[in-house]
Design a protein around this ligand. Structure first.
Ligand code: ZN
Length: 96
């Protein structure tokens, strides 16, 4: 009985996503982490992940800046439209 529970406890688990990794397989089937791989494999995994993250952040930044540009442009348009409106209505009150 105790042996079985011990076996369950020592089952290799992915250190990233906690998915059970087969003793024969090097990489985690869920996230691709080289649980049974060499230090080099681990380093490559982290390097890949870091690159993915950076690319994702760049895309987010681009979307944000594009959105901000749109807001700024809309804001400027509204401000100018308001100024033009008041300017025109001010002068239209002057009747000769
Ligand atoms: Zn994993």
């Amino acid at each position: 009985m105790e042996e079985i529970s011990n076996l369950e406890n020592t089952q290799p688990v992915c250190s990233i996503c906690k998915t059970i990794v087969d003793a024969e397989s090097i990489f985690c089937s869920s996230c691709g982490f080289p649980e049974n791989g060499t230090d080099k494999d681990v380093a490559q995994f982290h390097a890949k992940n870091a690159m993915k993250k950076n690319q994702h952040m760049d895309a987010d930044k681009k979307i944000k800046s594009a959105r901000n540009t749109l807001y700024v442009m809309a804001g400027i348009t509204i401000v100018f439209a308001t100024i033009t409106f008041f300017y025109k209505s001010r002068f239209s009150h002057i009747n000769y």
